[in-house]
Design a protein around this ligand. Sequence first.
Ligand code: FPP
Ligand code: MG
Length: 276
Amino acid sequence: MVLGIGWTINHIFSLFRRCIYVILSVGPIPNHIAFILDGNRRYAKKHKLREGAGHNIGFLSLTSMLQCCYELGVKHVTIYAFSIDNFKRRPEEIRYLMDLMQEKIEFLPKEENLVNRLGIRVQFFGNLKLLSEGARDSAQSAMSATATNSKAFLSICVAYTSTHEIVHAVEQVCKEKKQRKAWNEHVNLDDVERQMYLANIPEPDILVRTSGANRLSNFLLWQSAYAHLYSPSALWPEISFWHLIWMVLNYQRNYGYLEKQQQNMDHVNVFGRSNP
Ligand code: FPP
Ligand code: MG
């Protein structure tokens, strides 16, 4: 009986979501949304839960948000799951978060999971050597298990900071030029972009940071030049379908302006980037 009511409510809500998607699809749908999942510990504190529970609930919010984004037609979602700076936290907290990540990542490629149902390719970006062995192995397995999926993409930035990504890319460019003995060649924008971790992922259209902070905290600095920024006051575990609707409506309202900025920049092209 209770199960029956639960199923009916779920079914009605799913129909309702689909109606909203049809309405939103009258305007441009973002191709890529990036999320900074901030406010998990504060959520646990606010609800007097044990430490770590906020991150656990945060993972559930992530799953529902991913489902809504992909249902809406967003092709790429990128999340900031763990920054290099997060390694400065207390050892117990780091251990807990690594174990949690390992558990959640292992679950990603399971048959009944969203990733498989929707044909999502999962990729991890960052200095994966810094992860615990278990988390790193589960990340590698999830990447291999989903390598042939291509309906949508989930990029998980772990042990990541944007400045590390840029330095790593420049190092790779220098290595490559050294190998070719191209000593006199200048380093240009295309060279660096080709070596970025997220080289094959389009730039984000919307960048979301929960918990009301207006900082990028070293996330996608290179890629977010024209992204529409959205920072709801909700803590990450509180993020919901309604936030998604609101951010997409705002993105659509600013779409003309963002497009124009992008075109102007492609036109000016002072750094030697080759225009498509
Ligand atoms: C920041 O909140 C968030 C994190 C350090 C990790 C968030 C990760 C998840 C919710 C799950 C990731 C899942 C996968 C599959 C990789 P915070 O700890 O800074 O919270 P605070 O701002 O309240 O202190
Ligand atoms: Mg935080």
